[in-house]
Design a binder for this molecule. Sequence first.
Ligand SMILES: NC(=O)c1ccc[n+]([C@@H]2O[C@H](COP(=O)([O-])OP(=O)(O)OC[C@H]3O[C@@H](n4cnc5c(N)ncnc54)[C@H](O)[C@@H]3O)[C@@H](O)[C@H]2O)c1
Length: 274
Amino acid sequence: MPNQLLKGKKGIIFGALDERSIAWKTALAVVAEGAEITLSNAPIALRMGKINELASLCNAKVIAADATSTTDLENLMQQSMEHHGGKLDFMLHSIGMSPNVRKNISYTTTSYENFLKTLDISALSLHRVLQVAMKADALNDWGSVVALSYIAAQRTFPGYNDMADAKALLESIARSFGYHYGFAKKVRVNTVSQSPTVTTAGSGVAGFDVFYDYAEKMSPLGNASAEDCANFCAMLFSDYTRMVTMQNLFHDGGFSFTGVSTPIVEDIIKGRTA
Ligand SMILES: NC(=O)c1ccc[n+]([C@@H]2O[C@H](COP(=O)([O-])OP(=O)(O)OC[C@H]3O[C@@H](n4cnc5c(N)ncnc54)[C@H](O)[C@@H]3O)[C@@H](O)[C@H]2O)c1
């Protein structure tokens, strides 16, 4: 399928932890489309994850950066531009973590210290990345930035906990910064609202397997895979989507606009007669 859609383009992919990560698949997809990339993740993820394996598959440089540290991000931006010999064209923000979800602390009994960390890591980090890029003038005109979101930003999924609020903020930051970056440099900023996907972050959410199956049955096309998401991101980095910005784009097989589906109705009827 690759068509050299991103030939000559350079970018940073944040958040590839292992081969299940959406960022991992996106790195492979954009390189197959002709892009050159830098890979980045938090220092601890570089020690625990398998990013060096991906780096050799993608011929990419790996640069550590905690997405909550402006200094780390400034260093990353500088080093990436030096490595690529100029400005960048795209960035994927594929970063999420909630200490409340990790520690099984419920939404109504939240630890505010954890809550603030969730927002800092999973949402404010997008603002930080964009602010650092803008200040360093790291993106070419008509560059493209994509961050990954989830429909819990609009509708309640109880197990998603404080990540729902983080995603609502993330989508808002994409709109607000997209406005400013658009006028300043014609850079576009969008979020992709992805189906439930089996990854380290995804499976950490309470009851993940149930809402994975529910979404599969509700979506006319079924759940979108990480590979499909990667291809969609590659398209959003390409010149075919130059005029798309400040959008939250649902990449979910139709889940977001389905009220109820026949397989779900049939399940309920079966449950009644069982
Ligand atoms: N898996 C799903 O069901 C699903 C659905 C919709 C959206 N998303 C979103 O997709 C994105 C990627 O998640 P994934 O599912 O590929 O899981 P993943 O666990 O593979 O990726 C999450 C990444 O965030 C990184 N990260 C955490 N804290 C960080 C920090 N302080 N600095 C830098 N990086 C940090 C992790 O190291 C990891 O690489 C997340 O934003 C997630 O919320 C996931």
